[in-house]
Design a protein around this ligand. Structure first.
Ligand code: GRF
Length: 206
Protein backbone atom coordinates (compact mmCIF):
# COMPACT_ATOMS: atom_id res chain seq x y z
CA UNK A 1 0.00 0.00 0.00
CA UNK A 2 1.31 3.47 -0.82
CA UNK A 3 0.72 6.81 0.87
CA UNK A 4 -1.87 7.53 -1.80
CA UNK A 5 -3.60 4.21 -1.23
CA UNK A 6 -3.46 3.41 2.50
CA UNK A 7 -4.50 -0.01 3.80
CA UNK A 8 -8.08 -0.02 5.04
CA UNK A 9 -8.45 -0.96 8.72
CA UNK A 10 -11.70 -1.93 10.41
CA UNK A 11 -11.25 -1.93 14.19
CA UNK A 12 -13.59 -3.76 16.59
CA UNK A 13 -13.75 -2.66 20.24
CA UNK A 14 -15.67 -3.38 23.45
CA UNK A 15 -14.30 -0.86 25.91
CA UNK A 16 -12.09 2.14 26.50
CA UNK A 17 -10.53 2.03 23.05
CA UNK A 18 -7.02 3.19 23.95
CA UNK A 19 -5.57 0.75 21.42
CA UNK A 20 -7.98 2.13 18.82
CA UNK A 21 -6.91 5.67 19.70
CA UNK A 22 -3.26 4.76 19.21
CA UNK A 23 -4.10 3.46 15.73
CA UNK A 24 -6.19 6.54 14.87
CA UNK A 25 -3.31 8.77 15.97
CA UNK A 26 -0.75 6.77 13.95
CA UNK A 27 -2.94 6.93 10.84
CA UNK A 28 -2.77 10.73 10.92
CA UNK A 29 0.71 10.39 9.39
CA UNK A 30 0.37 9.49 5.69
CA UNK A 31 3.68 7.58 5.92
CA UNK A 32 2.01 5.12 8.30
CA UNK A 33 0.23 3.61 5.30
CA UNK A 34 -3.14 2.83 6.87
CA UNK A 35 -6.50 4.42 7.54
CA UNK A 36 -9.24 3.41 10.01
CA UNK A 37 -12.32 3.23 7.76
CA UNK A 38 -14.80 1.98 10.39
CA UNK A 39 -15.07 1.06 14.05
CA UNK A 40 -17.48 -1.60 15.25
CA UNK A 41 -18.56 -2.79 18.69
CA UNK A 42 -20.64 -5.48 20.36
CA UNK A 43 -22.17 -2.98 22.80
CA UNK A 44 -23.35 0.64 23.01
CA UNK A 45 -22.12 3.55 25.09
CA UNK A 46 -18.43 2.79 25.22
CA UNK A 47 -15.55 5.19 25.01
CA UNK A 48 -14.15 3.26 22.05
CA UNK A 49 -17.14 4.28 19.91
CA UNK A 50 -16.95 7.86 21.20
CA UNK A 51 -13.30 8.04 20.16
CA UNK A 52 -14.24 6.97 16.63
CA UNK A 53 -17.10 9.48 16.45
CA UNK A 54 -14.83 12.30 17.58
CA UNK A 55 -12.41 11.33 14.82
CA UNK A 56 -15.21 11.33 12.22
CA UNK A 57 -14.94 7.58 11.59
CA UNK A 58 -18.13 5.62 10.79
CA UNK A 59 -19.27 3.31 13.59
CA UNK A 60 -21.63 0.36 13.94
CA UNK A 61 -22.89 -1.86 16.77
CA UNK A 62 -23.82 -5.51 16.40
CA UNK A 63 -24.89 -7.04 19.72
CA UNK A 64 -25.18 -10.80 20.03
CA UNK A 65 -28.56 -10.30 21.76
CA UNK A 66 -30.00 -8.57 18.68
CA UNK A 67 -29.82 -11.85 16.74
CA UNK A 68 -31.57 -15.18 17.07
CA UNK A 69 -28.30 -17.10 17.28
CA UNK A 70 -24.59 -16.59 17.58
CA UNK A 71 -24.29 -17.77 13.98
CA UNK A 72 -26.63 -15.03 12.75
CA UNK A 73 -24.66 -12.46 14.74
CA UNK A 74 -21.45 -13.69 13.13
CA UNK A 75 -22.99 -13.46 9.65
CA UNK A 76 -24.30 -9.94 10.28
CA UNK A 77 -20.95 -8.82 11.67
CA UNK A 78 -19.21 -10.34 8.66
CA UNK A 79 -21.49 -8.54 6.18
CA UNK A 80 -21.15 -5.23 7.96
CA UNK A 81 -17.37 -5.39 8.14
CA UNK A 82 -17.11 -6.64 4.54
CA UNK A 83 -19.01 -3.58 3.31
CA UNK A 84 -16.03 -1.47 4.42
CA UNK A 85 -13.66 -3.61 2.30
CA UNK A 86 -10.96 -3.99 4.93
CA UNK A 87 -7.40 -5.03 4.21
CA UNK A 88 -6.91 -5.75 7.91
CA UNK A 89 -9.46 -6.22 10.70
CA UNK A 90 -8.06 -5.33 14.12
CA UNK A 91 -9.72 -6.75 17.24
CA UNK A 92 -8.60 -4.18 19.81
CA UNK A 93 -10.09 -5.20 23.13
CA UNK A 94 -13.07 -6.81 21.36
CA UNK A 95 -14.51 -9.16 23.97
CA UNK A 96 -16.24 -11.61 21.65
CA UNK A 97 -14.95 -14.58 19.69
CA UNK A 98 -15.64 -14.10 16.00
CA UNK A 99 -17.10 -17.15 14.25
CA UNK A 100 -16.46 -19.27 11.17
CA UNK A 101 -18.18 -16.93 8.68
CA UNK A 102 -16.07 -14.01 9.85
CA UNK A 103 -12.81 -15.94 9.77
CA UNK A 104 -13.69 -17.38 6.36
CA UNK A 105 -14.36 -13.95 4.89
CA UNK A 106 -11.18 -12.35 6.23
CA UNK A 107 -8.80 -15.30 6.40
CA UNK A 108 -5.36 -14.31 7.72
CA UNK A 109 -6.43 -10.66 7.83
CA UNK A 110 -7.91 -10.57 11.34
CA UNK A 111 -5.49 -9.73 14.13
CA UNK A 112 -6.04 -9.54 17.86
CA UNK A 113 -4.07 -8.17 20.75
CA UNK A 114 -3.96 -10.11 24.02
CA UNK A 115 -2.57 -8.76 27.30
CA UNK A 116 -0.29 -11.74 28.07
CA UNK A 117 2.55 -13.63 26.42
CA UNK A 118 0.79 -16.35 24.43
CA UNK A 119 0.47 -19.26 24.84
CA UNK A 120 0.38 -18.35 28.55
CA UNK A 121 -2.81 -17.04 30.15
CA UNK A 122 -5.37 -17.03 27.31
CA UNK A 123 -8.87 -15.66 27.83
CA UNK A 124 -10.30 -12.54 29.37
CA UNK A 125 -8.25 -12.38 32.59
CA UNK A 126 -4.66 -12.52 31.31
CA UNK A 127 -3.13 -9.89 33.64
CA UNK A 128 -4.87 -11.33 36.73
CA UNK A 129 -3.87 -14.87 35.82
CA UNK A 130 -0.23 -13.87 35.26
CA UNK A 131 -0.16 -12.07 38.62
CA UNK A 132 -1.77 -15.02 40.44
CA UNK A 133 0.70 -17.46 38.88
CA UNK A 134 3.62 -15.35 40.06
CA UNK A 135 5.42 -14.95 36.74
CA UNK A 136 8.21 -12.37 36.68
CA UNK A 137 7.55 -11.23 33.12
CA UNK A 138 4.34 -11.00 31.15
CA UNK A 139 3.32 -8.71 28.33
CA UNK A 140 1.21 -8.54 25.21
CA UNK A 141 0.85 -10.60 22.05
CA UNK A 142 -0.40 -9.60 18.60
CA UNK A 143 -1.58 -12.62 16.65
CA UNK A 144 -3.52 -13.68 13.57
CA UNK A 145 -6.94 -14.84 14.76
CA UNK A 146 -7.88 -18.49 14.29
CA UNK A 147 -10.78 -20.53 15.66
CA UNK A 148 -9.21 -20.92 19.11
CA UNK A 149 -8.95 -18.60 22.09
CA UNK A 150 -5.72 -16.59 21.73
CA UNK A 151 -4.09 -19.46 19.83
CA UNK A 152 -3.32 -17.87 16.44
CA UNK A 153 0.05 -17.44 14.75
CA UNK A 154 2.10 -14.83 16.60
CA UNK A 155 3.03 -11.59 14.84
CA UNK A 156 4.74 -9.80 17.72
CA UNK A 157 5.17 -9.86 21.47
CA UNK A 158 6.15 -7.20 24.00
CA UNK A 159 7.60 -8.14 27.39
CA UNK A 160 6.60 -6.34 30.59
CA UNK A 161 8.28 -7.14 33.96
CA UNK A 162 5.97 -7.81 36.90
CA UNK A 163 6.80 -5.61 39.90
CA UNK A 164 6.59 -6.76 43.52
CA UNK A 165 3.91 -4.22 44.37
CA UNK A 166 1.78 -4.72 41.24
CA UNK A 167 -1.94 -5.28 41.48
CA UNK A 168 -4.03 -6.31 38.47
CA UNK A 169 -4.77 -2.71 37.50
CA UNK A 170 -1.19 -1.43 37.70
CA UNK A 171 0.09 -4.45 35.79
CA UNK A 172 -2.57 -4.21 33.08
CA UNK A 173 -1.96 -0.45 32.76
CA UNK A 174 1.76 -1.06 32.11
CA UNK A 175 0.96 -3.91 29.72
CA UNK A 176 -1.35 -1.59 27.80
CA UNK A 177 1.43 0.96 27.27
CA UNK A 178 3.63 -1.73 25.69
CA UNK A 179 0.64 -3.25 23.90
CA UNK A 180 -0.28 0.00 22.14
CA UNK A 181 3.26 0.52 20.90
CA UNK A 182 3.47 -3.07 19.65
CA UNK A 183 0.08 -2.81 17.95
CA UNK A 184 0.85 0.44 16.15
CA UNK A 185 4.27 -0.68 14.97
CA UNK A 186 3.14 -4.06 13.68
CA UNK A 187 -0.21 -3.11 12.15
CA UNK A 188 1.72 -0.42 10.27
CA UNK A 189 4.19 -2.98 9.00
CA UNK A 190 1.31 -5.26 7.96
CA UNK A 191 -0.26 -2.37 6.09
CA UNK A 192 2.93 -1.39 4.30
CA UNK A 193 4.61 -4.75 3.77
CA UNK A 194 1.95 -7.46 4.01
CA UNK A 195 2.23 -10.66 6.00
CA UNK A 196 3.16 -14.22 5.11
CA UNK A 197 2.29 -17.17 7.37
CA UNK A 198 3.89 -20.56 6.99
CA UNK A 199 3.43 -23.33 9.60
CA UNK A 200 2.56 -20.73 12.25
CA UNK A 201 5.70 -18.73 11.46
CA UNK A 202 4.78 -15.15 10.57
CA UNK A 203 7.01 -12.80 8.65
CA UNK A 204 6.41 -9.44 7.05
CA UNK A 205 6.45 -9.28 3.27
CA UNK A 206 4.28 -10.64 0.50
C1 GRF B 1 -6.38 -4.52 26.11
O1 GRF B 1 -5.38 -4.79 27.08
C2 GRF B 1 -6.73 -5.75 25.34
O2 GRF B 1 -5.66 -6.56 25.04
C3 GRF B 1 -7.66 -6.43 26.32
O3 GRF B 1 -8.44 -5.39 26.82
C4 GRF B 1 -7.71 -4.18 26.75
C5 GRF B 1 -8.50 -3.21 25.92
O4 GRF B 1 -8.05 -1.91 26.09
N1 GRF B 1 -8.37 -7.50 25.72
P1 GRF B 1 -8.62 -0.69 25.23
O5 GRF B 1 -10.11 -0.83 25.12
O6 GRF B 1 -7.93 -0.71 23.89
O7 GRF B 1 -8.22 0.52 26.03
Amino acid sequence: MSDANPARLVVLVSGAGTNLQALIDACADPAYGAKVVAVGADRDDIEGLARAERAGIPTFVRKVGQFTSREHWDLALTDTVAAFEPDVVVLAGFMKLVGPAFLGAFADRVVNTHPALCPSFPGTTGPADALAYGVKVTGATLFVVDAGVDTGAIIAQAVVPVQDDDDVESLHDRIKVAEREMLVENVGRMAREGLTISDRRVRFGR
